[in-house]
Design a binder for this molecule. Structure first.
Ligand SMILES: Nc1nc2c(c(=O)[nH]1)N[C@H]1C(S)=C(S)[C@@H](COP(=O)(O)O)O[C@H]1N2
Ligand SMILES: [Mo]
Length: 400
């Protein structure tokens, strides 16, 4: 691998002249655009019709218990546009009128309370950029049927700025009994999706959110109210939140017993694997893309860890023989997607592109072999192995 100089020395000229003979021709051929009046203004913006990235809707027998995946390869920076945030719902997207939506907070509290949306917006708000990742993200890679592009392999992860009231504030308002140990959060969707969360987490960084990327939550993300449980498996981030009950023990709901437990090789299952471990994926160049011939390219992708802040992302282009530190570009935030970038000169030979991240607890992303050695292949949630993309001589990048 031929490392390129870091930003300051990396002029546009040196980056492009080495590989792209067509650049000169492009400049010569450039013509002044015609002066036509543009389109009129519009009340709610749309992206350019030239942009076509969409969520991937894998066909399912029951569209209501389905998921859609974020086109990670089409994104810049760390924020997922709300219209492209992945979705997962067990019983479809309910249509909820915020004027009639209420949050009931009861159980082991001094004062059971009911909050309207108006009530919730009177509390001091907090905004934080956090990822949500479904526990089942990258399960295809674990079982040995690797996702063919970043969207299909890693697209059950998205990152937004969420705004709302800390759950701690609302619990303080109700007064938590000394006997309380857990909270049970329930959605107002048809399946009444519910999860138990330790009180310690509920009092730490959990947000009762109504805002997403500067506007109200999207219906798919839980409009008008959802839990954001930073760094914990997506399933605990209860959407269409209608009820929080303070309790003394976990309630062993369907999604913490029949699902989202990790069946180990010895036949026993791990309960409550809440934390999402460090994971990363190269989004460009990646499966489904084609390199335009030898020369310079940016290797870029995303890294995230439910345990904390990404400290380091290493990239290998030779199948793991050698690793080089990528730059972390833009905001580096706890429990948020983190963008990495490395300039790379492709010499036209076959290459294997991999990324490996480390967070501020020292946890490093393992290889698939290391994960499988411990956890086997019974359970397919919470997999975080290193992902490889293969560059072929014809410039095509594939998952094999
Ligand atoms: N009420 C409710 N909350 C829910 C779900 C659901 O089906 N109903 N799905 C969960 C799952 S499995 C995941 S991964 C996340 C996905 O959040 P998103 O659709 O906003 O990406 O929501 C969680 N919260
Ligand atoms: Mo999920």
């Amino acid at each position: 691998m031929t490392p390129l100089p870091d930003d300051p020395a990396l002029t546009r000229r040196s980056f492009l002249t080495s590989g792209a003979a067509s650049v000169g021709a492009l400049v010569v051929g450039a013509t002044e655009p015609p002066r036509r009046l543009g389109a009129p203004r519009r009340p709610y913006g749309e992206r350019s019709p030239h942009e076509t990235a969409t969520r991937y809707l894998r066909p399912t027998a029951t569209p209501d218990t389905a998921s859609s995946r974020t086109p990670l390869q089409a994104l810049y920076g760390i924020i997922t546009p709300s219209a492209l945030h992945f979705e997962r719902h067990q019983s479809g997207v309910p249509d909820i009128d915020p004027a009639h939506h209420e949050l009931l907070l009861d159980g082991l509290v001094d004062r059971p309370l009911v909050f309207t949306m108006e009530d919730l917006r009177r509390f001091p708000s907090k905004s934080q950029i956090r990822f949500i990742e479904c526990a089942g993200n990258t399960s295809e890679d674990q079982v040995g049927r690797p996702g063919i592009d970043p969207q299909r392999s890693h697209g059950l992860m998205s990152c937004s700025e969420w705004t709302g009231v800390p759950l701690r504030t609302l619990l303080g308002e109700a007064g938590v009994s000394p006997r309380a140990r857990w909270v049970l959060a329930e959605g107002a969707d048809a399946s009444r999706h519910a999860r138990s969360l330790p009180l310690e987490k509920a009092l730490d960084d959990v947000l009762v959110a109504y805002g997403q990327n500067g506007e109200a939550l999207r219906p798919e993300q839980g409009y008008p109210l959802r839990l954001i449980v930073p760094g914990w498996e997506g399933n605990t981030n209860i959407k269409w939140l209608g009820h929080v009950r303070v309790v003394d023990q976990p309630y062993m709901t369907r999604d913490e017993t029949a699902s989202y437990t990790d069946l180990m090789p010895d036949g026993k299952a791990r309960w409550f694997t809440f934390l999402m471990d460090p994971k990363s994926v190269i989004t460009r160049p990646a499966g489904g893309q084609t390199l335009q011939g030898p020369g310079c390219y940016e290797i870029t992708g995303l890294a995230w860890s439910g345990r904390g802040t990404i400290r380091r992302v290493e990239v290998s282009t030779d199948g793991g023989e050698s690793w080089e530190d990528a730059r972390l570009t833009g905001a580096v935030l706890p429990k948020a997607a983190t963008r990495f970038s490395l300039a790379w000169r492709w010499d036209g030979a076959t290459a294997t592109l991999q990324s490996r991240c480390t967070d501020d607890t020292g946890a490093t992303q393992p290889t698939r072999e290391e994960v499988v050695a411990v956890r086997g292949l019974n359970g397919t949630d919470h997999y975080n192995g290193i992902k490889a993309w293969y560059v072929h001589r014809d410039g095509s990048v594939r998952h094999e």
